[in-house]
Design a protein around this ligand. Structure first.
Ligand SMILES: [Zn+2]
Length: 315
């Protein structure tokens, strides 16, 4: 080989090496670029994953909320059980307490004052006396009287607000209509239910307590169907066992009648006194209350579930 050829070959080989080297370097560069791109992609992916992770965290947080709810629910259940037990305990205590009170303080003598045939212009006067004396009573109102009264709603509201009980005493108070002829039992019930509806409309108070005009002993004849009709209509009629006949007596006579019926030889444990709203009744009322208190009577208004005495005594 000539020296020139060797030189040329060296240059050629060097050039090849350079070219190859450059190519290799270029490749390295491009692969780096690729890897970078890949890394960027991976980072981006990781970023996305991070978003996913955030979602997961949110989900986990939500799960955590659910756990809280569970705890809360559990707490509530525990609370409920606790409250239930407490209530049960309290309930028992209350029952014991009530029994104790009943045993210790149940009055030996109870008087139910009942005022029939109102409302009248005396109703407020009677209510004033009862309020002053702190005596609860029961008022059996007549539907027609109520509708003709100047301010029926006010008087009904006062009766209830003062702690008295409201009862039904028919619409017409007509003996003929309520007790005579075919269908009297149904007419009796219809009048009571009509009045029941009127009272409910006026003051939102429901009462099924009724007093038969002239008394059941007078009006409810065997076979008339009154008792059955009353039961079917879920009405509860009550009579009385003390009658001072205030509708025909002056105040002195009212007290005389009363002391003839209740005296030291006859002091019933429970008395239901029938009164009306006469002037003589108003006059006698403070003395009636004083007399009954002197015999140890305590006054009560009717309470649903409390059984009044059914029989009627005639004097
Ligand atoms: Zn009456």
């Amino acid at each position: 080989m000539s020296k020139n050829f060797k030189k040329s070959l060296f240059i050629l080989l060097s050039s090849l090496v350079l070219i190859a080297g450059s190519y290799a370097l270029a490749n390295v560069n491009s692969s780096t670029t690729l890897r970078r791109a890949n890394l960027d992609e991976e980072i981006q992916l990781l970023g996305n994953q991070q978003v996913d992770l955030s979602d997961s965290i949110t989900i986990l947080n939500n799960d955590e909320h659910d756990f809280d709810d569970d705890y809360e629910n559990e707490d509530n259940i525990i609370k409920e059980i606790y409250e239930y037990n407490s209530q049960t305990d309290e309930g028992n205590d209350e029952i014991d307490y009530e029994n104790k009170i009943e045993v210790e303080s149940k009055p030996e003598r109870i008087a139910f004052l009942t005022f029939d045939d109102g409302p009248t212009w005396n109703t407020d006067r009677i209510l004033d006396i009862l309020q002053e004396e702190n005596v609860p009573a029961t008022f059996f109102v007549i539907g027609d009287e109520l509708l003709n009264f100047s301010d029926p709603q006010r008087i009904l509201e006062r009766i209830l607000a003062d702690g008295h009980y409201l009862g039904l005493h028919s619409m017409t108070h007509s003996y003929q209509t309520l007790y005579r002829g075919y269908g009297a039992a149904q007419r009796f019930v219809d009048e009571m239910l009509q009045l029941q509806g009127i009272i409910y409309d006026k003051v939102g108070h429901h009462t099924n307590l009724c007093r038969a005009p002239f008394g059941m002993m007078t009006g409810f004849r065997p076979g008339s169907g009154h008792r059955e009709a009353v039961d079917e209509a879920n009405l509860k009629c009550i009579d009385w066992n003390i009658d001072p006949q205030d509708w025909r007596n002056n105040s002195t006579m009212i007290l005389e009648y009363l002391t003839n019926q209740i005296n030291h030889t006859n002091i019933p444990p429970e008395i239901v006194i029938v009164l009306h709203e006469e002037n003589s009744t108003v006059e006698a009322l403070p003395a009636i209350i004083e007399f009954l208190r002197s015999l140890g009577y305590e006054f009560r208004a009717y309470e649903p579930g409390h059984e009044f005495i059914y029989q009627q005594h005639r004097f």
